[in-house]
Ligand binder design. Structure first.
Ligand code: ADP
Ligand code: MG
Length: 728
């Protein structure tokens, strides 16, 4: 008997639900572990408080002496909450968060000790950064990295550590993290959008991008997960036969949440409340043991931090409940994978959502301006958006008939399609008073203020308008949202800058009225961006053909999808907006290619190990049982034995065939890896891993899964899909 698997199952059957007490009204504990503006009022002088408020609002610098004061207030607050350590919390390009804890505690030299935390330690730190991915930036410049306080995202206490959100940059100023380019992109879109909003509303002084993410994940019992080296090391199963019952009955989606899971979610939600993460919805997802969690949307930088933080918190809270959180985009073949929808919009400091229709024709023209510019931005940069969501793990999902395809398109619904069709007919040049009245009454004025309830939903679109925001649905569940948010806000910033230039030119050169000029530019954008709009079934083969005809990209695999990141057009876009310079862009591209190759390499090694050292020996053991059985039958029936042993003989032969195939394919895969490993060029290597190594995975898996069906269940060492997915 395979002891580990059955021991783990036994443990799982004996689990009890952890009892969770609500610590009080959630609204009362919300943000209790966050050093937010309200808390700051208690601990800071008026002057210091204003200094932080200004830094948040317009990015103004915080004076060093004020920083000292803020640090001391922050320390007092943190210690009063039981914190003993502090850390600069940042998001290196590894995809997870990084932290190095230092104690407040310091000795004074006379045998006693005090708690100390100065402005210097708040503002800047120097982690030993040499082992974070940097794409050659630090080697080239021989510079070290340092972290610097981001006052726009408040400090928080997690466990007993005061965590200070920071950017991570090299001494020569290049970004080494996700946050730095995101902050620059958000600033770019703020400036560009604010100047466009001024056509409609002079009172607006700032525009924030908003993000509401929806995190999907699987919960697997930790004992069961521990029996699977693939889940432990690669975050997904590399083999395993499909269970008899999967998700075909659709009986999990929105079903009642199992009690052990509900206890976990409640525990997690309470932690989120304290950390100021406004989680709001929880439900079962499509696949068995798959769930989703979503907060109320927030300013994009804060929302990104909250998503990075929650991914960490989810894992830690899961330990208390004996669960492993699996966030991989495709942990189980044949079962739905996980995504992270990024709901995105732009919102003014006067409280207007720029992607929500309004109550007057003028407000609707403002809405249409931002709406059409978004579509144009997506049209002009579809490949870059695709690149923003590319990863080895998301490749399993995109285009795999359950998730949006690798083709980027925008869905807007029939009502807005009709509006754009009308706007396309607007006269070239100045509009007559009648035409304008007609437009305002019957087109722009007819957009219902509440589109939310009557917009059609298209679940197959990677970028769908959902009434008052766009939903970027192709983002992977493991992804750091900063990457797609940097791209989306950058392309929008560029688009709005171009729009403003064109409108102003018509006003100046053609002496057009402001709304005539706006209508004229929008009309052209509608025409130019038509091919990105698609209302049909994004999962269908017909769409793939149609998209090809339209000239849209369809980059199914990461190395191919990433290429556009270093196109001259992309570098110019980022340089013009000051989001990233050439060195930063190229470094990131290289890091992503390297990461891709490493992920496939790791999976290849794990699969080789499981196949040769777990599956083959198990198959031989079972084959020996059969051989013994056949020998016994022969002893009894002599020359007639074949009549009674034919099935066994057949299985013995099948097992041998599968073993031979596994062994030779693993050997070939190892050779292919050796070839790839010798490649110096990151791009060449990533392609080699993609095209020459990865295809072996399916072949090896096929034979392993066949053996799973042949071999005695009692001998099988790996916890099976039905056990992983239906135990809770
Ligand atoms: P659903 O799409 O599930 O029907 P909603 O439309 O209410 O639900 O919202 C889905 C997600 O969109 C939520 O996580 C919410 O926070 C987010 N969201 C709503 N409005 C905005 C907005 N203006 N900007 C960004 N995200 C938003
Ligand atoms: Mg959604």
């Amino acid at each position: 008997m395979s002891t580990l698997r059955f021991e783990a199952l036994k443990q799982t059957f004996n689990r009890t639900t952890v009892k969770i007490e609500e610590p009080g009204r959630r609204s009362e504990i919300f943000g209790s572990n966050v050093f937010d503006l309200t808390t700051m009022k208690q601990f800071l002088t008026k002057e210091a408080h204003k200094s932080v408020t200004d830094a948040i609002k317009d990015g103004s610098k915080i004076d060093r002496s004020v920083a000292d004061h803020i640090a001391s207030g922050m320390k007092e607050w943190a210690i009063s909450k039981g914190a003993t350590h502090y850390t600069h919390w940042f998001q290196p390009l590894t995809g997870s968060t990084a932290e190095k804890h230092d104690a407040f505690f310091e000795t004074t030299g006379d045998g006693s000790a005090i708690e100390k935390f100065g402005g210097g330690a708040l503002v800047q730190q120097e982690p030993d950064a040499s082992s974070f991915p940097n794409g050659g930036i630090r080697n080239t410049f021989e510079a070290r990295g340092y972290t610097a306080w981001d006052p726009t995202s408040p400090a928080f206490i997690w466990g007993t550590t005061l965590s200070i959100p920071t950017v991570f940059v090299s001494y020569t100023g290049e970004a080494l993290d996700y946050k730095t380019p995101l902050l620059r992109a958000l600033q770019a879109v703020d400036q560009a959008a604010t100047s466009v909003v001024k056509y409609f509303d002079k009172n607006v002084t700032k525009v924030n991008a908003t993000l509401g993410w929806e995190q999907e994940y699987f919960l697997i019992d930790s004992a069961l997960a521990a029996t699977r080296p693939d889940l432990q090391l690669a975050g997904r199963t590399l083999l395993g036969h499909a269970p008899a019952k999967g998700q075909q009955l659709d009986d999990h989606y929105f079903g009642s949440i199992p009690s052990r899971v509900l206890a976990y979610i409640m525990d997690l939600e309470i932690e989120c409340m304290k950390l100021g993460i406004p989680v709001k919805t929880r439900h079962n997802e499509v696949a068995p043991n798959q769930f989703e969690l979503a907060p109320i949307f927030e300013e994009a930088n804060l929302a990104v931090d909250h998503n990075s933080l929650i991914m960490d918190v989810m894992g830690k809270v899961a330990e208390r409940h004996n669960f492993k959180v699996v966030m991989h985009e495709k942990p189980f073949a044949g079962i739905n994978g996980s995504g992270k929808h990024n709901n995105w919009s732009l919102s003014t400091d006067t409280g207007t959502n720029l992607l929500a229709p309004g109550s007057t024709p003028m407000k609707n023209l403002q809405f249409l301006t931002f709406f059409i510019n978004t579509i144009k931005a997506v049209h002009d940069n579809e490949e870059l958006l695709r690149a923003a969501i590319a990863s080895a793990s998301n490749d399993h999902r995109l285009g795999a008939n359950e998730a949006p395809p690798a083709i980027i398109s925008a869905f807007i619904g029939s009502q807005l399609t009709a509006v754009l069709d009308e706007l396309e007919k607007v006269t070239d040049g100045k509009l007559s008073p009648q035409e304008k009245t007609e437009l305002k009454l019957n087109v722009v004025g007819k957009i219902p203020e509440i589109l939310l309830d009557n917009t059609d939903r298209n679940r197959t679109s990677p970028f769908a308008f959902t009434g008052n925001k766009f939903e970027f649905r192709a983002v992977g569940s493991l992804a750091n949202c900063a990457n797609p948010m940097t791209v989306l806000n950058s392309i929008m910033a560029k688009q709005l800058i171009d729009f403003k230039t064109e409108v102003d030119k018509l006003i100046k050169d053609e002496k057009m009225k402001k709304d005539d000029a706006i209508f004229n530019v929008l009309r052209e954008y509608i025409k130019e961006s038509k091919k990105i709009r698609f209302e049909g079934d994004g999962y269908s083969d017909a769409w793939e053909k149609e998209a090809e005809k339209r000239g849209l990209s369809n980059n199914k695999k990461t190395p191919q999808a990433l290429k556009v990141q270093i196109a001259e057009k992309t570098i110019k876009l980022y340089e013009d907006l000051k989001v990233m310079n050439r060195v930063e862009v190229e470094a990131r591209h290289e890091i992503e290619l390297e990461e891709y190759a490493m992920r496939i390499q790791i999976e290849g090694r794990i699969l080789g190990d499981i196949a040769r050292n777990h599956i083959i020996p198990t198959a031989i053991r079972y084959q020996n049982v059969l051989i013994k059985n056949v020998r016994g039958i022969k002893e009894i029936y002599e020359e007639h034995y074949k009549k009674y042993a034919s099935e066994q003989l057949g299985i013995i032969e099948s097992i041998s065939t599968h073993i031979a195939a596994i062994n030779s394919k693993v050997g070939e895969m190892i050779e292919a890896r050796k070839v790839a490993n010798k490649m110096e060029d990151a791009e060449e290597k990533a392609h080699s891993y993609c095209d020459d190594v990865r295809p072996y995975f399916d072949e090896i898996r096929y034979h392993c899964d066949k053996l799973e069906l042949l071999v005695d269940d009692e001998l099988w060492p790996l916890t099976k899909y039905r056990e992983l997915l239906f135990t809770r």
